[in-house]
Design a protein around this ligand. Structure first.
Ligand code: NDP
Length: 334
């Protein structure tokens, strides 16, 4: 079996040479363990953000949709399709009840019957990013019909999902994203009320033209300058769910962008700002998966994926996602 390990800590944007494939031979299965084979492996921004906690030689952390090949655990049987934090590995032995070595982990769980939808959705809209959108937005942003909601990273896995839930509730939704193609996708396919390319637009003026009285809630995937601009345009007691800050994941301390100090906006507008990690709701993931599956079947919750083929393409897929190559979820099919 194969795994990708970290060769050296990333300096800025990861490079293919920061990763190396290592062959390993797995031992015999012990009681309480399962042997799984990857079907899809995920690339997620947190891999970059948490890489500082990894050491050279460590296997790259990630979720997989995997098939159980062998089981010595009563809750899993061969051919079960499960989601687990198994890393960038072709096959792995894990003890579902034991302590995972992965930085972000959840107990492996079976996917519900997806009714013919691709199993890769277990890594996106029906997986960790889907739970992030569902709980992060609904629990922290208190959306109501007519609210003005801004979503950054709006064409990505989490952002495109949040934007659609907000539209469905009846909010006025403004998406911020990084290309004209993505702006078009947000307007034409996801039917957002407005969408802006942060690389080209004067965001402050563009947002003010749609929301002259301010923004009710902001779902923040990117941080940095974009978020500073948005937070100065919030309404009194506006809500900010701080989900991620991808604009700084590749920056080292010396090259961090200089952005306006946010405290005056937070104080004067009495903003309700809350960071979160989706694992807070790990014991409610079922609820989100079932609800999101229902919404897909109802026809209004749409998804896109950018699928790379082959285990070897994991670094390329990851680097592409960090540079905004994806609309929707980036994932690798084995
Ligand atoms: P996406 O599918 O959104 O992919 C990442 C996107 O980030 C790219 O497509 C790119 O889109 C955008 N991006 C890259 N660099 C920058 C930049 N400098 N400024 C602005 N945007 C940038 O990833 P996910 O949906 O998986 O994750 C989105 C965010 O949510 C991340 O910050 C992630 O860390 C966070 N997250 C947090 C969780 C939590 O528990 N708190 C759980 C899951 C995700 P573009 O072309 O628009 O620039």
């Amino acid at each position: 079996t194969k795994k990708f390990v970290l060769v050296q800590h990333f300096g800025g944007l990861p490079k293919p040479s920061d990763f190396k494939i290592v062959e390993e031979t797995l031992p015999a299965l012990k009681n309480g363990e399962i042997l799984t084979e990857a079907i899809y492996i995920s690339v997620d921004p947190y891999i970059r953000a948490y890489s500082v906690r990894m050491s050279p030689g460590d296997t790259i952390t990630a979720f997989q949709v995997a098939k159980v090949l062998e089981s010595k655990h009563p809750d899993y049987k061969p051919d079960d399709v499960i989601v687990g934090s198994f890393g960038w590995r072709t096959r792995v032995i894990t003890a579902p009840d034991g302590q995972s070595k992965e930085i972000v982990s959840a107990k492996p769980y079976k996917l519900p019957d997806l009714g013919g939808l691709p199993l890769s959705l277990g890594l996106g809209i029906l997986g960790m990013p889907g739970c992030t959108a569902y709980f992060g937005f609904l629990e922290l942003c208190d959306p109501k019909p007519g609210h003005i909601v801004v979503v950054s990273g709006a064409a990505g896995a989490v952002g495109s999902h949040v934007a659609q839930i907000a539209k469905h509730i009846g909010c006025i939704v403004i998406g911020i994203t990084g290309s004209d193609e993505k702006v078009k996708y947000l307007l034409d396919e996801l039917k957002l009320d407005a969408a802006f390319n942060y690389k080209k637009s004067d965001l402050a003026t563009s947002i003010a033209s749609i929301a002259p009285k301010g923004i009710d809630s902001y779902f923040d995937n990117v941080g940095g300058e974009i978020s500073s601009i948005v937070m100065y345009q919030m309404k009194q007691l506006g809500r900010v769910a701080v989900c991620g800050s991808i604009s700084s994941y590749n920056a080292d301390a010396r090259s961090l962008p200089k952005v306006p100090i946010l405290q005056p906006a937070i104080v004067m507008k009495e903003l309700i700002v809350q960071g979160f990690i989706v694992l807070r709701w790990a014991n409610r993931f079922d609820e989100s998966i079932i609800q999101n599956l229902k919404w897909i079947k109802e026809g209004w919750l749409k998804y896109r994926e950018k699928v790379f083929n082959g285990f070897e393409s994991l670094p390329e897929c990851f680097i592409d996602m960090l540079q905004g190559g994806n609309i929707g979820k980036a994932v690798v099919k084995l």
